[in-house]
Design a protein around this ligand. Structure first.
Ligand SMILES: NC(=O)c1ccc[n+]([C@@H]2O[C@H](COP(=O)([O-])OP(=O)(O)OC[C@H]3O[C@@H](n4cnc5c(N)ncnc54)[C@H](O)[C@@H]3O)[C@@H](O)[C@H]2O)c1
Length: 298
C-alpha cells in the first residue's frame, strides 16, 4: 500500500518521496524502480528508499502504512497489538526526524492506530489524521454509480464513524448531483450497497487471500496528502481526534474535516437524526474498546 501511495504521489509531482521499510533492499529497489518510471511518465519527483529515517528528515507529511495487513477471516481489530508496537516505534522515529510533520495514518485498526500515533507523538490534533473515510466513501460511490449506471464523479457520499464493520454510511446526505439516493433506488437496493460498503475491505481480502486492498487505499491517502501539501482545503471524511464534537471525547472517529496546509483545519459537525446518532454511538464504542485494550499494554 505504501509503495502504491508513493507512486501515486510521485506521478502527481506532489513532492519528493522517501520510502522506508524494515526489510533490507525493498524500499531502495522499489524507489529506484519508481524513479525510472519518471522519464516515461514525465515526472521529476525524486523517489528514494531507506531502512532508516535519516533520509526522511524534515518531511512535511509522513504517511504511515507500516504493519501487518489482514488475511482472510481476520478482522481489522485482530491486528491491534502487533500493529500497536509497530506504530509506536515508527512514530517515535518520525517525531525525532520530522518534528513538524503532519501524520497521515493508514495502518489498521485505523482509529486505534491514530490514537497511538497522537499519544506517542504528542503532536497537536490538527497534525494527526487517519485515512479511512475517503476510501469507504469511494467504495460506496463506486457501488452507487455501478448500480445506477452513472459517472462516479457525480456521486457524493458521506460515511462517518470508525473504520470497521460499524462504519456509518449517511445515506440521507449522499446524492447523485444533488438528487437524493432515496429517489433513485429502493430501500432494499440501498441497504445492499451499504452492506457491501461496510464489507468492502473484506471482499477484497477474500479474493487476494494473502493481503488487503492497495490501489484505492493508496489513491485515498494520496488525495489527502495532495490536499495538505497544495493547501487545497478539501472537505474529506477522515479520522480526527474529537474533543467533544459529536459528543465524543478523546477518540479518533471518522468525520468530515477540512484538510489544508495546517492539517485538519476544521472539523464539521453534521446534525444527525436519532438512527444515525445510535449507529455512531455503536461505532464509537467499538473504537473505545480497542483503546481500552491498548491502555492495558502501555
Ligand atoms: N485505512 C485503510 O483504509 C487501509 C487500507 C488498506 C490497508 N490498510 C492497512 O495498512 C497496513 C499496510 O497494509 P499493506 O497491504 O501495505 O501491508 P504489507 O504487508 O504489504 O506492507 C506492510 C509493510 O510494513 C513493513 N513494516 C512492518 N513493520 C515495520 C516497521 N516497524 N517499520 C517499518 N516498516 C515496517 C513490512 O515490512 C511491510 O513491507 C495494514 O495494517 C493494512 O490493514 C489500511
Amino acid at each position: 500500500m505504501g509503495a502504491s501511495c508513493a507512486l501515486n504521489l510521485a506521478m502527481k509531482e506532489i513532492g519528493d518521496v522517501v520510502l522506508v521499510d524494515i526489510v533490507e533492499g525493498v524500499p531502495q529497489g522499489k524507489g529506484l524502480d519508481m524513479l525510472q518510471s519518471g522519464p516515461i511518465e514525465g515526472y521529476d519527483s525524486r523517489v528514494t528508499g531507506a531502512n532508516d529515517y535519516g533520509p526522511t528528515a524534515g518531511s512535511d507529511v509522513v504517511v504511515i502504512t507500516a504493519g501487518l495487513a489482514r488475511k482472510p477471516g481476520m478482522s481489522r481489530d485482530d491486528l491491534l497489538l502487533a500493529n500497536y508496537a509497530v506504530i509506536k516505534n515508527v512514530t517515535e522515529e518520525v517525531v525525532k526526524h520530522s518534528p513538524n510533520a503532519i501524520l497521515v495514518l493508514v495502518t489498521n485498526p485505523l482509529d486505534a492506530m491514530c490514537w497511538v500515533a497522537h499519544h506517542v507523538s504528542k503532536f497537536p490534533r490538527n497534525r494527526v489524521v487517519g485515512m479511512a473515510g475517503v476510501l469507504d466513501t469511494a467504495r460506496f460511490r463506486t457501488f452507487i454509480a455501478a448500480e445506477l449506471n452513472v459517472s462516479v464523479e457525480n456521486v457524493t457520499a458521506v460515511v462517518l464513524g470508525g473504520h470497521g464493520d460499524t462504519m456509518v454510511p449517511v445515506v440521507r446526505l449522499s446524492s447523485v448531483s444533488g438528487i437524493p439516493l432515496s429517489e433513485l433506488m429502493d430501500k432494499a437496493t440501498l441497504d445492499k450497497l451499504v452492506d457491501r460498503t461496510r464489507n468492502g475491505g473484506a471482499e477484497i481480502v477474500k479474493y487476494l487471500k494473502t493481503g488487503s486492498a492497495y490501489y484505492a487505499p493508496a489513491a485515498a491517502a494520496a488525495e489527502m496528502v495532495e490536499s495538505i501539501l497544495k493547501d487545497k482545503k478539501k472537505v474529506l471524511p477522515c479520522a480526527a481526534y474529537l474533543e467533544g464534537e459529536y459528543g465524543v471525547h478523546g477518540l479518533f472517529v471518522g468525520v468530515p474535516v477540512k484538510l489544508g496546509a495546517g492539517g485538519i483545519e476544521k472539523i464539521y459537525e453534521i446534525k444527525l437524526n436519532d438512527e444515525e446518532k445510535a449507529m455512531l454511538t455503536k461505532s464509537t464504542a467499538a473504537v473505545q474498546e480497542l483503546i481500552d485494550v491498548i491502555k492495558t499494554k502501555m
